[in-house]
Design a binder for this molecule. Structure first.
Ligand code: XMP
Length: 514
């Protein structure tokens, strides 16, 4: 969307760069991550009201450290350097940066000289902040003054005497930094003068108009999985172009319980979207018969999916666009410090299709973070269960049924999984965790039901908390909740007589079992 009001964040490779962008958007101001070597001419765009330099893993003292060109500092707009950004500002203006003996990581107390600087409006003189740095400033450059200090970093915050240049050693974007959001707000709305006009309803209407204009009289094809991203993309595109959109939903036979029915009901019956739902379960399960190896299973599913999707798409006439639910984190993942990138989700099931089918890409969500996509989904009237749904892998239950996949195994796991998820909702825990599911193990154990000896399969339950799914911790679910899950699964699901809990974090484990 064209906005006249945004903040550019130059990325020097920090793990927190995305978080800076998120925090600013939380303030209803649009923010964009750009490579650190973006041409200052592009940054001169009047819509960019201010620039933030992110942290980064390198040392500004090292040869070849990422830097900005000298003309960057001539930009006539506010600049805030965070950590590496501060050190770069200091170095480039002739101050002294030294490498510290020890890396400082964790909480520190910021002691402000005075709270008169607009960056620290609303702060007390002492504030807890979060540090993560090796190098530190020893001497501020000429023309700058020190705003705050801390035990390990004598210059924790500085500002230019007359120009709007600011630098801080700590990370305001991290929630452990007290008043971090206030500082960002002071910079973005106070110093840069941004209006807080990034509102999802406006964004949605503007995107609908853009889709209409881009697509014109052409037709769009979308692979609908039932997940949040493709569902929101479908509803949004449908709002823009109605019947010019066709969705294809491939049921590979390893979806969650009732998933196909829900997808068809929501999109076909409620939204009136032109939806082709294909029951390809026989084909998929037939090809998977006798296959135990996880990688082989994934390959068969990937290949078969493309085949089925391709064949359905081939029946349609006049399709020129393939729509995908690509999100902003997918776009910036590979843009980090190398230059703008236009990537397609590599793990996405329809990856490879556009080249083969000669279709143009339509990616209406590529500027949005996941929670923003959820807001758009709500505005479009998608059901809450769909909008809040945990991620579900493309190969579906195939990666949660260890060993050979059979129709019976799928049915058993669907029941157990549905009980677990249903109870998470009932206990108000579903939105507290990031992803939860059941896994069916190819192991039988002995049990006793009534007076009868049983010899049935084991079900593992897995629940994790994470922000980016790259690392994750297992959820500390209440014992009474776990007791109810276990008792209901063993009592109600024929074929399972034992439930175990997965308490492995990622790394070293992965979230899925295969
Ligand atoms: P792992 O198991 O790698 O999972 O820790 C990280 C996240 O990715 C999801 N996942 C997939 N998603 N196709 C997908 O669309 C796949 O093949 C796939 N494998 C894993 C997983 O559910 C978790 O959210």
């Amino acid at each position: 969307m064209e906005t006249q009001n945004k903040i550019a964040i130059l990325d020097f490779g920090s793990q927190y760069t995305k978080l800076i962008a998120r925090r600013i958007r939380e303030l209803s101001v649009y923010s964009e991550i750009l490579p650190y070597n973006t041409d200052p001419k592009d940054l001169a765009d009047p819509a960019i009201k201010g620039v933030i330099l992110s942290g980064g893993p390198r040392s500004v003292l090292a040869d070849g450290a990422p830097a900005v060109v000298p003309e960057f500092w001539d930009l006539d707009k506010p600049i805030l350097g965070i950590c590496y950004g501060l050190q770069l500002m200091c170095r480039d203006h002739g101050g002294a940066v030294v490498s510290a003996d020890d890396r400082e990581y964790g909480p520190a107390t910021l002691q402000l000289e005075a709270v008169t600087n607009p960056l620290f409006k609303g702060f007390e003189t002492q504030t807890r902040v979060w540090m993560s740095h090796g190098d530190r400033l020893e001497q501020a450059p000429a023309g700058f003054h020190i705003l705050g200090t801390s035990d390990n970093a004598p210059i924790t915050a500085m500002a230019h005497d007359s120009r709007p240049l600011f630098g801080i050693q700590f990370h305001p974007e991290v929630s452990h930094s007290q008043n971090g959001l206030t500082l960002l707000k002071n910079f973005v709305t106070g110093i840069c003068g941004c209006d807080q006009d990034w509102l999802m309803a406006d964004y949605m209407e503007a995107t609908v108009a853009e889709i209409r204009e881009q697509v014109g009289d052409d037709h769009v094809l979308l692979g609908l999985s039932g997940g949040v991203d493709s569902s929101v993309a479908a509803a949004l595109i449908h709002r823009a172009i109605g019947d010019q959109l066709t969705c294809v939903f491939v049921d590979h036979g390893m979806m969650r319980k009732d998933e196909r029915r829900q997808v068809v009901h929501t999109f076909k019956d409620q939204f009136g979207i032109h939806l082709i739902d294909v029951d390809a379960s026989d084909l998929f399960l037939g090809r998977l018969s006798g296959v135990n190896d996880p990688e082989k299973k994934r390959k068969i599913i990937g290949r078969t999916f493309v085949e089925v999707f391709d064949s359905e798409a081939g029946k349609l006439k006049n399709v020129t666009y393939l729509a995908q639910g690509t999100l902003y984190p997918d776009v910036i993942e590979s843009a980090v410090a190398v230059g703008p990138a236009q990537t397609i989700k590599s793990h996405h099931n329809v990856g490879g299709l556009p080249e083969k089918m000669n279709l143009r890409l339509l990616e209406p969500l590529r500027e949005l973070f996941k929670d923003e996509v959820r807001q758009v989904g709500r505005l479009l009237g998608l059901p809450e269960v769909m909008v809040e749904r945990h991620p579900f892998p493309g190969p579906g239950l195939a990666v949660r049924i260890l060993g050979e996949i059979t129709r019976e195994g799928v049915a058993v796991l669907q029941e157990a999984d549905a009980i677990f998820i249903d109870l998470l909702h009932k206990w108000g825990l579903y939105n507290e965790v990031s992803q939860a599911f059941a896994v069916l193990l190819p192991v039988r154990t002995v049990g006793i039901m009534g007076d009868e000896r049983t010899y049935e399969q084991v079900c593992a339950i897995r629940s994790v908390s994470t922000t980016d799914f790259m690392t994750a911790d297992w959820s500390r679910l209440p014992y009474d909740f776990l007791a109810e899950v276990s008792s209901r699964i063993v009592n109600e699901v024929k074929g399972i007589n034992r439930v175990v809990l997965d308490i492995t974090s990622k790394p070293p484990g992965t979230i899925e079992w295969e």
